[in-house]
Ligand binder design. Structure first.
Ligand code: BES
Ligand code: MN
Ligand code: MN
Length: 410
């Protein structure tokens, strides 16, 4: 960003710093703020990577590395487009600011603190936040995303006897934390895929018939999707299609589960503890704070004898849905069409960018989610990649974007 000629700054926080940069102001024109993140999810299991996660490697038209698509490669598309505008000698038609943070994957706590500072509203003042941290609908079919799910993430610790016990001497006489945790988790979701926390669906905004019809028109193939994932069947909430389940309905997942002896061979114990990492994906108007309360109530009502349950609230953020009719989306549509040679489809996505709703609120700005990735990029997985042709298309679309956004009335 410095080399491209932007004014840059590292904004210190109590954690990783924020990278800030801006081009020259253009009076009378709207201001765009590019948001992205330079942190990544853990690369483990390392043995499944064909080339090391932190040595970007080109193979079959893709660049393989942790963060290639999520989100360093996608952030770079906007850096390069702004650099190209500046290098062309033609002034950028609008001011572009950048804020790249280092904690998106763990809930954006430091960025949230910064946003609350008085100087943040001025420094980050903008009309539209531009985010490339999602995907195209399919290879060759670009998308503009108008909604994301929220998330509430927790760790559950089930504590039983004060130490591991011989299961011959004690088995059958005390509550086994691993069994207790298994039963508890099973109770959390029913056979129809309904989450059982008290009041969980009260705030859920139902899907509108028009939106369901639009998604049905996207010709999504369950069969191809299952094949891509290597499963022989899909599973989710009864009464909803796969796209509806992923984009517009809440879901529950277990991300990690541990207890007892994990080494080779047997060990006959009643483990002293068992634990799980779990999360709920949320839709508008659910909030992580309400879900935390619902979980606390569920724990209180379902704590079995002989077990103490500790809940750790890890992080979260609410979902977002933006108006698909906004003039910024119309401008982005022109930019995407100019680069990809065909218009984008309007979609929602199931992933979460926890800070988006706070940015929208605090800055009073619109948000544009322009993902250049593909659903098989392997974000959060081994062998994450970003397609190099899409990388260049993203740069081109971004270069067009400043031209078109600049025409939107302030
Ligand atoms: N880039 C993703 C969000 C995303 C994923 C958007 C898929 C659209 C489609 C982001 O980096 C991410 O992974 N967020 C986490 C947030 C969580 C750890 C608080 C997520 O969604 O799991
Ligand atoms: Mn991301
Ligand atoms: Mn991510």
């Amino acid at each position: 960003l410095q080399a491209a000629g932007l004014k840059t700054e590292l904004i210190e926080t109590a954690g990783p710093p924020l990278v800030y940069a801006e081009t020259a102001p253009v009076p009378g024109k709207p201001v765009a703020l590019v948001y992205g993140h330079y942190d990544v999810q853990p690369p483990e299991p390392l043995e499944l990577w064909k080339t090391p996660p932190f040595e970007p490697t080109e193979r079959d038209g893709n660049l393989y590395a942790r963060g290639a698509t999520d989100d360093k490669g996608q952030v770079l598309t906007h850096v390069h487009s702004v650099a190209a505008w500046i290098a062309s000698g033609q002034p950028l038609p609008m001011q572009v600011k950048f804020v790249i943070e280092g904690e998106e994957e763990v809930g954006s706590e430091q960025f949230a603190d910064y946003l609350a500072r008085p100087e943040a509203a001025e420094k980050l003042a903008c009309d539209v936040v531009v985010i490339s941290d999602s995907s195209q609908y399919a290879k060759g079919q670009p998308a503009i995303t108008y909604g994301l799910r929220g998330i509430a993430y927790f760790e559950l610790h089930f504590k039983g006897p004060k130490q591991d016990l011989h299961s011959g001497s004690f088995g059958g006489a005390v509550n086994n934390p691993a069994i207790a945790l298994s039963k508890f988790l099973t109770k959390m979701i029913d056979e129809d895929g309904h989450i059982q926390l008290p009041g969980f669906y009260d705030a859920v905004q139902p899907l509108q018939p028009e939106e369901r019809a639009n998604w049905a028109g996207l010709n999504f193939s369950d069969e191809d999707f299952a094949k891509e994932l290597g499963v022989d069947a899909l599973l989710g909430e009864t009464g909803y299609t796969t796209l509806e389940r992923r984009w517009g309905r809440p879901s529950f997942d277990i991300h990690g589960l541990w207890s007892g002896y994990q080494g080779e061979g047997g060990k006959t114990i009643v483990p002293a503890q068992a634990a799980a990492k779990i999360s709920f994906r949320l839709v508008p108007n659910q909030t992580p704070a309400e879900v935390a309360q619902q979980l606390a109530q569920f724990v209180a009502e379902n704590t079995p004898p002989g077990i103490r349950i500790e809940v750790i609230d890890l992080h979260g953020g609410p979902g977002v849905v933006v108006n698909p009719q906004s003039p910024f989306i119309a401008a982005a549509q022109k930019a995407v069409t100019g680069a990809f040679g065909k218009p984008a489809v309007l979609i929602r996505e199931g992933g979460s960018i926890p800070i988006v709703s706070s940015m929208v609120e605090r800055l009073g700005a619109d948000v544009l989610l322009l993902g250049w990735g593909l659903s098989d990029d392997g974000a959060h997985s081994p062998n994450e990649k970003f397609n190099i042709a899409d990388y260049y298309l993203g740069i081109r679309a971004s270069a067009h974007l400043w031209q078109h956004l600049a025409t939107v009335a302030k």
